[in-house]
Design a protein around this ligand. Structure first.
Ligand SMILES: *Cc1c(COP(=O)(O)O)cnc(C)c1O
Length: 385
């Protein structure tokens, strides 16, 4: 196989640190469902899932049946997979056959499920998602009553595995009033289950921010995405943690991704000349630049044109000019002895310097999640100790 223009390493020890940290926060009785939608936030489902299993994780959440299939390709036999989003009617029998759990957020889906399940020798495992204030997906009160009754009447065919909702914006402390309302509404749905004498096995509403910050949202399971990859969901949640633990600097989470490429070419640019397209960058003195073999089509944000930095020989090299589709240039005038083929760190550590994903996002206003999830699936990923 020929070499790709960049590569990603994933640190097993950093991942272990993150799960230990999350475990300590949520306690030992709460299931941690590892959210691996969007190709494991760009880390790569195929590489990430076995790494998480090594840390004792055996429950994974995805957004679609397509992603569920990718997890299924690499996970252990007893690992559980939960689809939180799109599952087409024609894929429902496939999900049931493979024991894949899925959300039900409208009543019609239950009718499709019962149709499918009767041809199969297996129960469907469903999570009822309820509307509590995020207004994206979820059953409203009336549909929920009908759905609950339907589940109770059809328990030989359908397992009532979970009752869940999604909190819209627990990352921001200013949203706490909204989150509190959502929690109250969720509890009312639970009361209804109690009144019907038909309870779900698992209650779950928290993603990373709520799981780390608000004990009352943890219930039986938390769905953790961004934090397991080593990123704080927001500065609010990080500072709340520091305040709660009376610490000033502890991070607790470690980025697991390192993204690297190599120097493709080198040249000197004379004072007064422009670099790359247009007039975005003009050399005010003679400079030495390195050409790197990737660009916005490879997931490197174009918004970093003239502002981002990379690491070469452990030193920061600023980007000069525009990020092209497959190339960009960096100024290496201050870094001696750079050679073609030298390693370049785009995200991660090299010697005593580090480029964080947030150093991308602070300048570009991209969310960590957005930048990571856009890393093309074609970039080779590798687990490292
Ligand atoms: C993405 C997602 C999560 C995980 O969110 P993080 O903030 O990354 O932890 C949890 N639940 C649902 C329904 C999601 O869509």
């Amino acid at each position: 196989m020929v070499r790709h223009s960049s590569r990603i390493n994933l640190s097993q020890s950093a991942l272990k640190t993150n799960f230990n940290f999350i475990r300590k926060k949520v306690g030992k009785n709460v299931i941690i469902s590892s959210v691996v939608k969007a190709n494991a936030y760009g880390h790569g489902i195929h590489e990430f899932v076995p790494m998480a299993e090594k840390c004792g994780i055996n429950h994974f959440s995805v957004a679609s049946s397509f992603e569920a299939e990718e997890v299924l390709e690499v996970c252990s036999k007893d690992t559980r997979i939960m689809i939180m989003g799109i599952l087409y009617k024609e894929d429902i029998p496939w999900a049931i056959e493979h024991g894949i759990e899925f959300y039900v957020f409208n009543y019609e889906r239950l009718e499709s499920v019962i149709e499918a399940v009767k041809d199969l020798n297996k129960k469907a495992i469903v999570h009822l998602e309820v509307e509590t204030g995020a207004n994206r997906t979820g059953l409203n009160a009336e549909d929920f009553s009908n759905a609950l009754k339907f589940l109770k009447d059809n328990q030989e065919f359908i397992q009532f595995e979970g009752l869940c909702t999604h909190l819209g914006g627990a990352e921001t402390l200013a949203n706490k009033f909204k989150i509190d309302t959502q929690i109250e509404r969720y509890k009312a749905f639970l009361e209804e289950c109690k009144a019907m004498d038909y309870m779900p096995h698992l209650r779950h509403i928290a993603s990373s921010a709520a799981a780390l910050a608000f004990e009352e949202t943890r219930f039986d399971m938390v769905r953790v995405g961004v934090a397991q990859y080593g990123f704080w969901p927001s500065p609010d949640i990080r500072y709340l943690h520091l305040q709660q633990t009376n610490k000033t600097t502890e991070n607790g989470l470690r980025r697991i991704i390192t993204w690297k490429t190599d120097v493709m070419d080198l040249r000197t640019v004379k004072a007064g000349e422009f670099v790359g397209y247009g007039t975005a960058f003009q050399a005010v003195q003679d400079i030495r630049i390195a050409v790197l073999p990737l660009g916005y089509s490879n997931g490197y944000p174009r918004a970093l044109s003239n502002r981002g930095q990379v690491l070469i020989k452990g030193k920061k090299a600023p980007i000069v000019g525009l990020i092209n589709m497959n190339l960009f240039m960096v100024n290496i005038s201050h870094i001696p002895d750079v050679k073609i083929g030298d390693e370049v760190v785009l995200v991660g550590r090299q010697k005593n310097n580090v480029i964080n994903v947030s150093s991308f996002t602070d300048t570009t206003q991209l969310l960590n999640n957005e930048m990571l999830s856009r890393l093309p699936a074609a970039i080779p990923r590798k687990a490292v100790p």
